[in-house]
Design a protein around this ligand. Structure first.
Ligand code: NAX
Length: 324
């Protein structure tokens, strides 16, 4: 019998987790022969709701679910965790400025970074979903000096999957004919979904669409997709966000089928400021990820990659005092 792995999820009574926890317990993230122990973190006012989630998880009688811990203490939630999905975050309240939001989340993610540093498995893989995801990942990592920076990543996979879906729809081809999709930068409206490297059925994507559609339709649709879903559903993306989180962790642990986009600590590749958590095209194998190097970047792409980098630099500047 394979030993269970420990998967911590924060914001476990929230709407993303209501899909995420169940799919992980069903084996969608780590495979149908890998038992999991879920370690669920919430804040005290949400502990009753979390009890309900635990009751439902039990009622699914998942064969792979080897245990559940529900707690409001990060040190308990992250104890020996092999995977940590940091979903819980402070939402923007009425009248809250962007800087206030960054600060409120910085307070949460610095505590969680310390708890991961002191209690998680030394090989823990961390995915930050809670917004502003890239900068929250930076804060958590700066508060975890005993772990490697590369263990802290931010979720760009939903943006990547949205880009795949828009292109598949436009070209009338299925998702699995598309290769080399890239989303650069920040999980925000400045992100840059780039089709210049992308192919559909082996043909360059840019030869199949016109520049006007690319600039005026594709890029803004992907950038604004979160807002469009809130408008339509009256609530933000949840099942698709959970699915993207599962894709991200599965590929990181088990290997990707080609290129995927991940928010990772910049090593200066493509001239991006080192240290900020920037989305790059990566290939995952042997439990690790590597940036796809030596891509040709034209002036159009360079300008957009810089805009999203500048936003991440300014986010970092706004939380400088909490960086460990
Ligand atoms: P919900 O508000 O439904 O759930 C968040 C949960 O987190 C709540 O139950 C809350 O009690 C809990 N929480 C707050 N502070 C906490 C703390 N310090 N420790 C533990 N739990 C805490 O939000 P949901 O729709 O699930 O979204 C969660 C986060 O994901 C938000 O920040 C959202 O902006 C972000 N998203 C990020 C995406 C990405 O691609 N990176 C896409 C989807 C989503 O918008």
């Amino acid at each position: 019998m394979t030993e269970p792995v420990r998967v911590a999820i924060t914001g476990a009574a929230g709407q993303i987790s209501y899909s995420l926890a169940f799919r992980i317990a069903a084996g969608d993230m780590l495979g149908k022969d890998q038992p999991v122990i879920l370690q669920l973190l919430e804040i005290p006012p949400a502990m009753d709701a979390l009890k309900g989630v635990v009751m439902e998880l039990n009622d699914c009688a998942f064969p792979l679910l080897a245990g559940i811990e529900a707690t409001d203490n990060p040190e308990v939630a992250f104890k020996d965790a092999d995977f940590a999905l940091l979903v819980g975050a402070r939402p923007r309240g009425p009248g809250m400025e962007r800087a206030d939001l960054l600060q409120a989340n910085a307070a949460i993610f610095s505590v969680q970074g310390k708890a991961l540093n002191d209690h998680a498995s030394r090989d823990v893989r961390v995915l930050v979903v809670g917004n502003p995801a890239n900068t929250n990942a930076l804060i958590a990592r700066e508060n975890a000096p005993d772990l490697d920076h590369r263990q802290f990543t931010a979720m760009m996979r939903l943006d990547h999957n949205r880009a795949l879906s828009q292109l598949a729809e436009k070209t009338g081809k299925s998702i699995n004919t598309i290769d080399n999709m890239v989303v650069w930068g920040n999980h925000s409206a400045t992100q840059y979904p780039d089709l210049h490297q992308c192919t559909v059925d082996g043909q360059p994507a840019m030869s199949l669409v016109d520049q006007a559609w690319y600039e005026n339709d594709f890029i803004p649709t992907v950038q604004q997709r979160g807002a469009a879903i809130i408008k339509a559903r009256g609530a933000s993306s949840a099942a698709s966000a959970a699915s993207a989180a599962i894709d991200h962790m599965r590929d990181w642990a088990l290997g990707s089928d080609g290129w995927v986009s991940m928010g990772i600590p910049s090593d200066g590749s493509y001239g991006v400021e080192p240290g900020i958590v920037y989305s790059y095209p990566v290939v995952c194998k042997n439990g690790d990820y590597e940036i796809v190097q030596d891509l040709e970047i034209n002036a159009f792409s360079r300008e957009r990659m810089k805009t999203t980098e500048d936003e991440l630099r300014s986010e970092r500047a706004a939380v400088e005092d909490l960086l460990g």
